[in-house]
Design a protein around this ligand. Sequence first.
Ligand code: ZN
Length: 396
Amino acid sequence: MDMKAILPELTATIEAERQPLVETAKTIWNNPEVAFTEFKASKLLVELLKKYGFAVEYPYADMETAFRAEYVHGNGGATFALAAEYDALAGIGHACGHNTSGVASVAAAHAVKTYMEKHGVDGRIVVLGTPGEEGGGGKVLMLRNTDCLKDAAAVMMSHPIGNQTKIDAGCTGIRRFEVIFHGLAAHAAGSPEKGINALDAQILLFNAVGLYRQQMNREALIHGIILDGGEAANVIPDCTRSRFYIRSKQEKLIDEVYDRFAKMVEGAALMTGCTSEIKQFSIPYKGRKPNKILNSLFMEAARILDMNVSDELPSARGSSDFGDFSHAAPGAHPYFSICEPGLPFAPGHSELMKKYANSEYGYNNMLKAGAALAACALEVLSDADVRAEVRAEFEK
Ligand SMILES: [Zn+2]
């Protein structure tokens, strides 16, 4: 397919719906809902998809705020899936810009469907409304509860970024742990020798982790906080809790760092006379495996659409539940700029990122990202050679 030839039509389809699409993104931004409570956001996106003629299952996959929308044209044909995110961060709101990400996928789906109908492209376009990306692992749960990507030739989404439009350079897998030390309370002045200090164990653990970082493989990350360090300065703390995240693109490195970490926990307990527990919490995410072909299709469209493109790679140190999607089907999660050229870079999860996620420039590129995703979908749906290349790259 000639992207230059199809993009004006895709853009025109989306532009005709600019008002409701942008209004939806604004309403979601103004009503931030955290993981699995995205009732308003999911309903708004579902209403749009119904209006565009999609058959919608909602709720879906045993999650009240998840949905699946599909449109099928002709008999047979391939399946292309789009993920839509719409959850906010606790406290700060839409500082990850998922209000724009979800709408970009819905805009893309509408443009693809319209094109398929008009030009007789056979196939299936699916939108998976995936709640709870921020720590909830909605996509991981969706894969556990359904076969949502079983026949997908590819799955894509696009995510806002606070500088320039960039490819998906992958992201780290993550496992999250809580460490609890149990000691013995005693008066910190009157009879400290009777106490066993559970805060000392945390302090030793944080020091051990800090020193270990010098020798740790550079492809891994570990970082933590103390959740509970005691109640009163005149009481030897008898129970303390901390949380650590371990990340890497390589699962085996997460295992390697975890093995050392578990020994440090044991060591800190030994040195203080405490007992220790490590509990894994939240859902582990796999590292993202970006598909080169899908990435380059998106970037080709983004260049034609003048989306402030950069060849630099984005930071690939964060984690996303799209990682699990990208292991279930060929996938890519490229980034679209919501930062007008000349304005300062906004890091993810910052106040500035939140501001850009509700800006005119941000909404313009959200619609362009929709057109770019639609172009990727049509390349995959209409061309068996592209599908074979995408598949071969996935199986590498
Ligand atoms: Zn995000």
